[in-house]
Ligand binder design. Structure first.
Ligand code: 6PG
Length: 256
């Protein structure tokens, strides 16, 4: 796969460029199909992007009322925990823009059993995309036999160990072929260890994937993935992201 790689001198310029890209993409999808489905990433890197999207000019240009937000992964914590990926997006973006609450599809990390939380999110996704197919507005709804969800835009980050979402190296979930959402508990994860994550079949069904990568200690990992994705896919889960559509990397120029 040929990656589209965009380098920036710092997180502020990276985030602003990503915000402009996402804004134009969202406008395009909404004009074509009436809505846009975006999967948000967690961690720290996207924080600046979300803050930018909540500010001028994006706060008044992005078609917020037609956006549906989902998450690529969530920690098994309450929705108002500082460790929650939802809470980070809520504080930086969702609380500041007019996305209808019915369009916020968060992963229920607070559910006692991670397995039940994963099953509940998978059911919510099945219901959402079945409805999208039935109303036939989404171009992919016609003639698509498989029932996998088809997200328009998937935002992902990369950890130092090459994990993405909560798909950590060496975990069985990397070979999951059926489930859309899985509960994982990995010693590789920064605490909290228990997570809920989209699986690779779902991630690779996305129309477009945007990696947002910054932060110390990632240069070797990012370079290995960009230089030889096939070889890197043995080690790094992020290299196994091979969607139907383009993969665009917004990275810190120190990685090149
Ligand atoms: C999470 C994220 C995770 C993140 C990477 C990179 O729940 O932590 O989904 O996959 O994207 O750990 O995080 P940073 O970009 O903050 O380094």
């Amino acid at each position: 796969m040929r990656y589209n790689v965009r380098c920036y001198p710092n997180i502020h310029e990276l985030s602003r460029a990503a915000a402009a890209f996402i804004c134009e993409l969202a406008k395009g999808f909404v004009s074509k199909q009436g809505i846009v489905t975006i999967v948000l990433s967690g961690g720290n890197t996207p924080r600046t992007l979300y803050e930018d999207l909540a500010r001028s000019p994006f706060d008044s240009v992005v078609p917020w009322r037609q956006i549906h937000l989902f998450w690529g992964d969530e920690r098994c914590v309450p929705a108002d925990s500082p460790d929650s990926n939802f809470f980070m997006a809520y504080q930086t973006l969702i609380s500041k823009v007019p996305v209808p609450s019915r369009n916020i599809h968060r992963i229920p990390g607070e559910v006692e059993s991670p397995e039940e939380a994963a099953e509940a999110y998978e059911q919510a996704l099945r219901d959402f995309f079945r409805q999208l197919r039935n109303n036939g507005t989404h171009p992919l709804s016609s003639g698509e036999s498989d029932l996998l969800p088809f997200f328009d835009l998937m935002l992902l980050g990369v950890g130092k160990d090459g994990h993405t979402a909560s798909l950590f190296p060496g975990e069985d979930v990397l070979d999951e072929k059926e489930r859309w959402v899985a509960a994982v508990s990995s010693q590789n994860a920064k605490a909290p260890l228990d997570r809920i994550t989209l699986t690779l079949p779902v991630i690779n069904r996305a129309s477009l994937v945007v990696f947002l990568v910054s932060g110390p200690g990632k240069k070797q990992t990012v370079r290995a993935i960009l230089d030889d994705q096939e070889k890197a896919s043995q080690l790094y889960p992020a290299a196994r992201v091979k969607p139907r559509g383009p993969v665009i990397w917004f990275i810190d120029s120190e990685f090149v």
